[in-house]
Design a protein around this ligand. Structure first.
Ligand code: C5P
Length: 224
């Protein structure tokens, strides 16, 4: 553990964590960890290498040796897997569903722990995920658990996918979100739940600006 300030934002799929975390990292000049992208990358790499989503050992091996680069530039962020730009490919609903399957495997989660903790560097880190405040960064100085109703989250995801030009059906997305919630909350390893010391925010009826302000107030109150 080091003394780097970590802001852990956890919550279910589509709660707006990704957007909030990006904004916070920009405002604070902190590093950003999108931990979900790592599970998505494991799922996609497994697909590329013909590895079954049930083969825990092989998936853990993929997770341990993931050849990934996160590039940031003024033209937008890019994720490279084995040198290939997979920024869009990791965002499909199929990859998201497979990510939630591989994320329920203990060996896969263990294999990704060190890689996630390595993101904690000065001047600070904003960590986006399901178990940031409970497992990966239990020492985080701010922990937020961001939720919204499944229907509202499905609507937001639908709009997000459409704006990226990806094909989507609102009804299918709602079913996917409910299945993913169920899997994330009920798995035996690192289940999705608020840390005991997390501030819970239900943003079903809140805009992004309002959520960001609320979290920034928590951060400023801690003197960061
Ligand atoms: O956040 P995102 O939707 O990109 O995450 C993809 C999947 O990875 C989630 O549905 C969840 O099952 C899993 N995940 C996880 N722990 C994290 C981040 C994501 O189990 N810290």
């Amino acid at each position: 553990m080091n003394n780097t300030p970590v802001i852990a934002i956890d919550g279910p799929s589509g709660s707006g964590k990704g957007t909030i975390c990006k904004l916070l990292a920009q405002t604070l000049g902190y590093h950003l960890l999108d931990s979900g992208s790592l599970y998505r990358l494991v799922a996609l790499a497994a697909e590329h290498h013909g590895v079954s989503m049930e083969n825990e050992r092989a998936l853990a091996d993929i997770a341990a040796h993931l050849d990934v680069q996160f590039l940031t530039s003024t033209e937008g962020d890019k994720v490279l897997l084995e040198g290939e730009d997979v920024s869009l490919a990791i965002r499909t609903e199929t990859v998201g569903m497979n990510a939630s399957r591989v994320a329920s495997l203990t060996l896969v989660r263990k294999a990704l722990e060190g890689r996630q903790r390595a993101f904690s560097e000065m001047p600070g880190l904003v960590a986006d995920g399901r178990d940031m405040g409970t497992v990966i960064f239990p020492q985080a100085c701010i922990k937020v658990f961001l939720t919204a109703s499944a229907e509202e989250r499905a609507k937001r995801r639908y709009k997000q996918l459409k704006s990226k030009g990806l094909n989507a059906s609102l009804a299918d997305i709602l079913v996917d979100i409910q299945q993913r919630d169920d899997r994330d909350q009920n798995r035996s390893v690192a289940p999705l739940k608020p840390a005991a010391d997390a501030v819970q925010i239900d943003c079903t009826h809140m805009g992004i600006d309002e959520v960001e302000q609320k979290v920034m107030t928590l951060i400023r109150n801690r003197g960061l």
